[in-house]
Design a protein around this ligand. Sequence first.
Ligand SMILES: Nc1nc2c(ncn2[C@@H]2O[C@H](COP(=O)(O)OP(=O)(O)O)[C@@H](O)[C@H]2O)c(=O)[nH]1
Ligand SMILES: [Mg+2]
Length: 291
Amino acid sequence: MAVGLQSSGKTTFAAALWYLLDSGEIPTSLRKGKHTGDHSYLEMLAKRWEEGWQVPRTKTLQQEIITMNLKDPATSTDVALQFVDLSGETFERAFATRILGRNAAAAFEGARNLMLFVSANDVRDDLTMIDVAMQLQDNTNEELVSDDRSEEAKFDPAKAPRQVQVVDFLESIRQPPMSVSLDRLVVIISAWDKRPDHNEPDRWLIERMPLLDQYLRNSGLMVRIYGVSAQGGDLPDLENPPAKDDVAGHLDQKSLLSLAKASKRIQVVGYGAAEHDLTHPVRWLGGLEGE
Ligand SMILES: Nc1nc2c(ncn2[C@@H]2O[C@H](COP(=O)(O)OP(=O)(O)O)[C@@H](O)[C@H]2O)c(=O)[nH]1
Ligand SMILES: [Mg+2]
């Protein structure tokens, strides 16, 4: 199962993966498996991706469940990958109330392996009061520090730091009553084109999400951390395109569209994965590659 908060890069990954498998432009470690039924949604996503636009935002009400079937040509093993959005009311409420509906819980029944999405493009949302105080000291502004405590904000679970929500989610599904027995977990750091000036996904996790990093180290799970740029760079939103004279919004779109094979926009970093092979982490998750 592929999980992550909203805007962590899941749908873009799904779109790029579908395009990659469908086009066969470059060799991948897994191939497209059997798909029955209607996969027009995935095809729409892949087309949007190919044409150089952001994938459409998942509407909370008509939550599309994406399932992708892959096949390992070497062993003929099938691997199914299902994408679940952890944001939205269901999970936000669960975080605060400790109550998760039966349907949402059932989706994780029997799950053994998780692909967890976080984004390198997110601004920090977990500054502590000490961090803030240190910044204030540097440019003391009397007005800012003055004690305007008249308005106390109400606790909003959706505003808890992302890594707190993610760790709570992982721990909660592993504890009773859900007791999901996890085995392998892949962290996908999406938008890896926005990475800092080093190219080490595991170092990024230590520096940017230390709580999640520590949790995973002590979780007893087999863990891998990949950096993935499924989009290759910044792309405009078709439903909300930038103004004609806003060149910045088009910069990456132009250079990405100029690649003869769209699959080559994809970048994957870690564990000897071939440069554009999005299926590499999926193959390991499926248990088709060593520990
Ligand atoms: N720069 C960059 N942005 C990305 C990449 N992948 C996704 N994004 C952007 O991140 C945002 C969230 O992506 P999306 O796939 O919709 O996340 P989801 O809500 O988890 O499905 C969108 O604005 C995407 O355009 C990437 O590889 N590079
Ligand atoms: Mg989505």
